[in-house]
Design a binder for this molecule. Structure first.
Ligand code: FES
Length: 165
């Protein structure tokens, strides 16, 4: 089922509604994330921030849960997710500059989706590829030592080879 992209304030209202009968205990995090996934079709970075605040957890903890369970999508169905590692080891080899390039190149800030809805650009904290940073994950593939030129090539390839579900 297609899910429409919601404005930030609409998403917030939906999240409030989904949270309303859940006590703020960490044990309710999973049920909450399931509701979010079911209602919105994905668990967005904004929803992760929201859940962290609601359940008094760090964003990394909530993000860990979302990525650990295969049930959750981090982006709208149909998007190709482009994740830039912004953790320490990648910072030491220029991931900030790469992120700035990625934002310029795609014309959107981190944490958002391109206007055509095809690519969702987001920051993550460690892709487990620390020795080969800067690391970027595009869909299911992790790429190491990504330069600006390589990034543009990978993104162009992802845009053309993406299979239409
Ligand atoms: S710090 Fe970037 S992959 Fe681990």
């Amino acid at each position: 089922m297609p899910h429409h992209s919601l404005e930030a304030h609409e998403e917030l209202a939906v999240l409030d509604e989904l949270l309303v009968d859940l006590a703020p205990d960490a044990e309710h995090l999973l049920p909450f994330l399931h509701r979010v996934q079911e209602r919105l079709g994905h668990v967005s970075p904004a929803a992760i921030r929201y859940a962290a605040h609601a359940f008094n957890l760090s964003r990394a903890e909530v993000f860990g849960v979302v990525t650990f369970y295969g049930d959750f999508r981090e982006a709208r169905a149909g998007d190709t997710v482009v994740q830039l590692c912004m953790a320490e080891a990648c910072q030491a080899v220029g991931c900030r500059e790469l992120a700035a390039h990625a934002e310029r190149s795609l014309g959107v800030p981190l944490g958002t989706t391109t206007g055509d809805g095809r690519l969702h650009l987001e920051a993550v904290y460690c892709l487990g590829n620390c020795a080969l940073g800067p690391s970027v994950r595009i869909a299911d593939d992790i790429h190491g030592r990504v330069t600006a030129a390589v990034f543009d090539r990978l993104v162009a390839m992802a845009a053309t080879t993406r299979s239409i579900p």
